[in-house]
Design a protein around this ligand. Structure first.
Ligand code: M6R
Length: 612
């Protein structure tokens, strides 16, 4: 995810900014840039695609950029591929305003159209350039930097942490925040802003956290903060006593846990820009209703966890669309002589967008005449580029090998695609559509609630971490969810795990159940609850220990059969796997922790599998 640092002081800003950006590298990025203001040389901007070293070399360690006031940014591409021109800072057309931004401006298309109609010419594909251009538009009207900022904030929708330099505002820069973290750092004769404390902790531990709607005017001597109405705000200071090395993972011991905890935010970023007036809107897709209706069949192709998203997707899309949906492992698809043609939409799901098997399947599908829609996290990746259409998950960079937030964002995006297609096909009653949209909106808060209640999961992990073999069972969506729970556990803890459709147990697997075998029974899917309970009784009769996962409203009933019950908030059935996966990820994490495994880099595995 993008990183911001800003400095106002008496020393040269550029080296301090570069050093701060280095501390934010752990967040992941694909380009970096700085803007520095000086009375003699005005507003200087340097930015480049690639690692920070490229920017360092370009600026000779910051030496070519003079001035004691500046802002810097590491960008992880969302709108527009990683490139020099799409990097931040983004400049206004008159080169009078430079902006760095974390977050997503949801209504940037509409504002861009408006400004274009006013003769403003855009250079980048970013939503951030809209902020710079809109600021200049208002600044031209009112001639006051703060006023222009407030008018711009009134107009934009979405999430943002902003650092803004005005060429005509010497000695100060402006910061603003809504739904994206930004903090203020106080020093003697210098001030900072940063997206996280890692970037500035070397210089100051005296910080204050900006709240939504606040705007700060930052100079070397002071930081004045105002609320959304422009009234001054007294900030409460905090003292950072973190160990600096822990801070590089945002304070978490492992990237995997950090990424698990980021899921409410990641899902919100994926969902909320695509919901407008209660409808799912994919502005970026450009698929017409006729094109949607012309597909007689959908085929989902992916690997690993992305394939498990496809397994959930098959159940959900067939339910929503009443059309056949196939799901196949990409490594199988490419050699299976699959039955796809020009009436088939092949959906390729990939976090990295570089998985070789998925890429080969995409090419195979196209060669057979199918159209391909990719669901991808990494902007500008190979799969994103070669697909006919792409939907980005906007989960931010995922560093741990075991995927967590990418899985969750792929899942909701596929559900949303289902809603969009169902609307076009007329296969969903309006009330059902509205119910699902309402639950999508409520999802980030429900995910957060699950993450705030992990003590029991931790306890269960400490009780079962030394097992050699664990089974996940479930029916329908619970079976699809079990596949992911089992993969998560086996890849990071090295315990042998298998997921089975509960109804299949009696056809062979039940012979493996003996006294003390752990069975994780997934019982969220209400229509088959009774049958799932019967399966629990069967394995218990063979001596199995049960950890059961269900919904809050079914927990009481399940308690009559199983002992260790984890529950998730009630939601619409198609969204249950989105909530259910969290306890399974957390269980896997704590089991691996107890076993002393290398959680972020499990043995034999790579984050991006670019070999066959
Ligand atoms: O980048 P992709 O989504 O294409 O990757 C697919 C799999 O390699 C990936 O999901 C893998 O299974 C993860 N290690 C699962 O945590």
């Amino acid at each position: 995810m993008c990183g911001i640092v800003g400095y106002a002081g008496t020393e040269q800003a550029a080296p301090i900014l570069l050093e701060g950006l280095e501390k934010l590298e752990y967040r992941g990025y694909d380009s970096a840039g700085i803007a520095v203001l000086s009375p003699e040389r005005g507003l200087q901007v340097e930015k480049a695609k690639g690692r920070l070293k490229v920017l360092r070399d370009l600026t000779k360690g910051g030496g070519t950029v003079e001035g004691v006031l500046g802002i810097g940014h590491t960008r992880w591409a969302t709108h527009g591929e990683p490139s020099d021109v799409n990097s931040h800072p983004q400049l206004s057309a008159g080169r009078r305003i430079a902006v760095v931004h974390n977050g997503i401006i949801e209504n940037y298309v509409e504002i861009k159209e408006f400004l274009s109609s006013q003769g403003v010419r855009f250079r980048s594909e970013t939503d951030t350039e809209v902020v710079a251009q809109l600021l200049e538009y208002y600044y031209n009207e009112c001639g006051d930097a703060m006023q222009a900022v407030y008018r711009m904030l009134d107009r934009i929708e979405g999430a943002y942490a902003l650092g803004i330099l005005f060429r005509d505002l010497p000695g100060a820069f402006i910061a603003a925040r809504k739904d994206a973290p930004l903090l203020l750092g106080y020093g003697k004769g210098y001030s900072f802003i940063a997206s996280d404390v890692t970037a500035i902790v070397k210089h100051t531990r005296d910080v204050a956290y900006m709240e939504d709607g606040e705007v700060a005017l930052v100079t070397a001597e002071s930081i004045q903060v105002f609320n959304a109405m422009g009234q001054p705000v007294e900030k409460k200071h905090s003292w950072v006593d973190w160990d600096v090395s822990a801070a590089e993972k945002g304070g978490y011991a492992h990237f995997m846990f950090k990424e698990i905890m980021e899921q409410p935010e990641a899902v919100r970023k994926t969902v909320s820009p695509r919901l407008r007036n209660g409808r799912v809107c994919f502005d970026e897709l450009g698929l017409t209703e006729e094109e949607i209706r012309a597909f007689s069949r959908l085929f989902i192709v992916a690997c690993g966890s992305s394939y498990h998203v496809g397994m959930v997707g098959k159940y959900n899309l067939e339910r929503l669309l009443r059309r056949p949906v196939d799901v196949m492992l990409a490594s199988e698809f490419r050699y299976a002589d699959p039955l796809v043609d020009e009436h088939t939409l092949v959906i390729v799901i990939s976090q990295s967008g570089e998985t070789l098997d998925s890429m080969a399947a995409l090419r195979q599908a196209k060669a057979l005449g199918a159209r391909v829609l990719a669901i991808v996290n990494v902007v500008g990746s190979s799969i994103a580029r070669e697909a006919d259409w792409v939907l980005y998950t906007w989960a931010g960079p995922e560093i741990a090998v075991a995927t967590t937030k990418a899985y969750s964002t792929q899942l909701v995006l596929l559900d949303m695609l289902g809603l969009r297609f169902a609307e076009a096909l007329g296969s969903i009653p309006e009330e059902e559509y509205a119910r699902i949209v309402a639950e999508l909106q409520a999802l980030p808060a429900k995910l957060q609630a699950v993450l705030e209640n992990t003590e029991q999961i931790k306890y269960l992990a400490s009780r079962y971490f030394n097992h050699n073999s664990i089974f996940f069972i479930g029916r329908n969506l619970d079976y699809a969810l079990g596949l992911e729970g089992s993969l998560k556990l086996k890849e990071i803890s090295y315990i042998h795990c298998e997921a089975y459709a509960s109804g299949e147990l009696k056809h062979g697997t039940i012979s493996l159940i003996e006294k003390g075998t752990l069975v994780v029974a997934l019982c969220c899917y209400a229509p088959l609850f009774d049958k799932s309970v019967s399966n629990i009784v069967e394995v218990k009769a063979r001596g199995a220990d049960i950890v059961a996962l269900t919904t809050e409203s079914l927990a009481g009933e399940l308690g009559k059969t199983a002992e260790n019950i984890l529950s998730i908030p009630d939601t619409h059935v198609i969204l249950q796997p989105s909530l259910g996966v969290l306890p399974l990820q957390i269980f896997a994490y704590y089991v691996a922790l107890q076993r002393g495994c290398d959680i972020d880099k499990p043995r034999n595995l790579a984050k991006s599998v670019t070999v066959e």
